[in-house]
Design a protein around this ligand. Structure first.
Ligand SMILES: Cc1cc2nc3c(=O)[nH]c(=O)nc-3n(C[C@H](O)[C@H](O)[C@H](O)COP(=O)(O)O)c2cc1C
Length: 370
């Protein structure tokens, strides 16, 4: 396809796939799109391991990385020393009691200590920790760095550009997109509220053309609610140069999602992908579950600020829940397209389905215009 984003990366189709799963990244790049590995919760050693694997399997195709480099979160590196001090007892008890009452067994003590160590190792939200991961990643042939939580620092943009690496950032408002442009980004990702994960309040239909106009002629990728070819066609018609997708890959055979969570996704409706602060402390679109519902009850505790809430959920809730696969509590970030997910298919099939339906949409439009 002819698109500024295809030209920028030498790819066949402007389908950008955000994923925490290296297999998805490799498969999308090999199918002609661009895989982007999410590095949140990885230690620099794990980054090295994942990127070595990608380099060995991707047949020289381009790929990128995505980092969470916050500009306004408290420096979480203190958590490395005594994370328990940061978790108020009232909140820990709230989660523990909820799971006790639901009959979800506590973690065995030895296992709990090991799991806690692992979680702490992966809680890399401070800018200096993100920079350490980026240092490691820049020794690999990455072609793209995307920042999720704000404009990347100028120093990083300059270093990336000196190595021929492009830089992008996620935006939920035109003013964020303008800030990214001024920070030297090569493109922006306009994320509508439909999206899985952290997202804003404006729908893709309104946001995409708003951001396209605000930063023109800089290219924009449309994100949030792209699960089918008609939605991809809509993004292109609204002025985007391609799409940035996340939820779509969770249903694939290659994805990191467990069979139980995948099944919950296949059963879910669009409205089961709720915007909640219960998982990370920031509004994050996630599959509805008993934990998120507990915070909606009258008189419930307020969630903690990010990243402490995230830490609370991982340490006290998620590992305990996933260990016994307690269905009511199982959750994962996912967007409103979850209502459209019916069965597992391969990454390659997803790419072909997107392109086929997009071409059908084009023919339909051509007929109407003729
Ligand atoms: C499971 C999951 C985890 C995500 N984690 C991140 C992340 O760590 N960094 C990030 O930039 N975006 C993250 N996102 C958001 C995606 O980058 C993207 O904006 C979003 O998935 C697009 O909307 P869609 O889900 O409708 O495709 C995540 C999305 C999902 C579904």
């Amino acid at each position: 396809m002819k698109s500024k984003m295809c030209e920028m990366f030498g790819i066949d189709v402007p389908i950008f796939a955000f994923s925490h799963c290296r297999d998805v990244v490799v498969e999308v790049s090999k199918a002609g799109g661009m895989g982007v590995l999410g590095m949140a919760r990885m230690s620099p050693e794990r980054v090295e391991e994942e990127l070595n694997w990608i380099d060995a399997h991707i047949d020289g195709k381009p790929y990128g990385i995505d980092v969470l480099m916050p500009s306004n979160l408290a420096d979480s590196s203190d958590m490395k020393f005594d994370p328990d001090k940061l978790l108020p007892k009232e909140h820990v008890d709230f989660v523990r009691n909820m799971l006790d009452e639901a009959g979800v067994p506590p973690l065995p003590e030895a296992e709990a200590a090991e799991i806690k160590r692992e979680i702490v190792k992966g809680m890399n939200f401070a800018p200096k920790e993100s920079l350490a991961m980026i240092e490691t990643a820049m020794k690999h042939p990455i072609k793209l760095i995307v920042n999720a939580l704000g404009s990347p620092p100028l120093e990083l943009v300059e270093r990336a550009h000196a190595q021929g690496i492009k830089v992008g950032a996620l935006a939920g408002k035109p003013k964020h997109a303008l800030r990214h442009r001024n920070a030297g980004c090569d493109f922006v990702v306009a994320v509508g509220t439909e999206a899985g994960g952290h997202t804003g309040e404006v729908s893709s239909m309104v946001l995409w053309p708003g951001i396209v106009d605000a930063v023109a002629p800089m290219p924009v990728l449309g994100a949030g609610g792209v699960g089918r070819g008609r939605q991809m066609a809509a993004a292109l018609v609204l002025g985007c140069e391609g799409v940035w997708t996340g939820s779509l890959w969770l249903k694939t055979a290659q994805s990191e999602v467990t069979p139980e969570i995948k099944q919950k996704m296949f059963e879910a409706e669009a409205e089961d992908a709720i915007l909640t602060t219960s998982v990370t402390g920031k509004p994050c679109r996630t599959l509805r579950n008993k934990f998120s519902e507990a915070y909606d009850q009258p008189g419930a505790l307020q969630t903690l600020p990010a990243p402490t809430q995230n830490y609370l959920w991982w340490q006290e809730g998620r590992t305990r829940v996933e260990r016994v696969r307690a269905k009511d509590f199982l959750t994962y970030p996912v967007g409103q397209i979850v209502g459209d997910m019916e069965a597992e298919i391969s990454v390659r099939e997803v790419v072909y389905e997107l392109l086929n339906e997009m071409l059908d949409a084009r023919e339909r439009l051509d007929e109407m215009l003729a």
